[in-house]
Design a protein. Structure first.
Length: 101
């Protein structure tokens, strides 16, 4: 799948995130601290998505299945099981998935 679109991952406090926010990019902030709505628009370029990190492996798979995404990108920037989760999403749910970076 090739296009001019890509996903850039940055920590919420990253100076690079603030730079990219000033140019013409759409920002999606994943947080466990959003209590008003599951999806909230902050402005014309920023959305907040409520996402709790308090889920076990099977619950993550269930979340992915219920959300019916076209593709899933798991966050492999820290230690963890991002590659395993991506593999299981592909295997069990037949949904394209990749662990990045």
């Amino acid at each position: 799948m090739r296009s001019k679109w890509y996903v850039y991952f940055a920590h919420i406090n990253s100076p690079k995130r603030n730079y990219y926010h000033r140019v013409s990019f759409l920002s999606i902030i994943l947080t466990g601290w959003e209590f008003k709505e599951p999806l909230r628009r902050l402005n014309n370029k920023t959305y907040i998505v409520a996402l709790s990190d308090h889920a076990d492996f099977e619950q993550l798979l269930e979340y992915v299945e219920e959300s019916k995404p076209k593709v899933v990108v798991t966050d492999a920037s820290r230690e963890g099981s991002a590659h395993i989760l991506a593999r299981e999403i592909r295997k069990r749910l037949s949904i394209p998935a990749i662990a990045l970076p």
